[in-house]
Design a protein around this ligand. Sequence first.
Ligand code: MG
Length: 239
Amino acid sequence: MAVLRWGSASHEGRLRAQNEDHAHAGEGLFVVADGMGGHLAGEIASEMAVDRLNERLPITGENTRDELVDAITEANTEIYQGSIDDADRAGMGTTVTAIAVVVDPHDGEAFAVANVGDSRSYVLRHGRLRQLTIDHSFVQELVAEGAITRDEARTHPRRNIVTRALGIEPYVRVDSWTMPIIRGDRFVLCSDGLVDEITDEAITEILAEHTDDPEAAAQALVDAANEAGGRDNITVVVV
Ligand code: MG
C-alpha cells in the first residue's frame, strides 16, 4: 500500500454548544461527516455514517470504489430507518465525504473519493488547491447558474441548505470517482465550518506553512476558522 500520513482536528466552534461533526482518519480510509437534526440526532447520524464506513472498509488493501459507495448507501438506509423508528431522531441526517485507498481494475491501487452534501474534499498538487467534490447545496446551484460567485456563496444567508444528505430519503445518489495516487499530493477533507470561514487561498497558505506535519496542518486550519468567526462546528482531516 502507498505510504500515507495524516492528521485530524475538530472543534465545536465559538457559537455552537455541541459538535455534530464526526471524522475518521486511519490507514486507507478518511471520512468527514457533518450531522444535522435536533436533540443530538445530528451527532448520532454523523457517527453512524463514520462507523458504517469504518466497518465496511476494513484494512485489507482490497477495497473497491463500489464498496465505498455501497457503504455510504447502507449508512443512508440505516440513518433513514433510525429517524423513522425513533421520534427523537426524526429528520436526522448527515453529509459525508470520504477518501479510501481502493483497487481499481485499470489503475491498480488508487484513491476513491465520494461525497453527499456540502462537506468537501480538496487536493493540493504542485501548490495548487483544487476542490474535488461538488457541494450538494442550494448556494452551489446558484454558483453553477452564475447567479452568485463562489465568494458570495460563503456568506450567503442560505448557505446551510443542503440539497442531498444521508438519512433524508430512502435512496441517495452518491457522487464518486477514482484518481491515481501521486507522491506528494495532499488532501483536505472538511466540514462547511472550515470553508464558510476561510477562503481556499487561506487554506492553501496554511497548508504551505505546515508541510511536514498533517496533524499540525489540520489543527492550524481549525484554529484559523475559529479566529475568523467559528460560527459552526469545524472538522478537518489532512492526508
Ligand atoms: Mg456544518
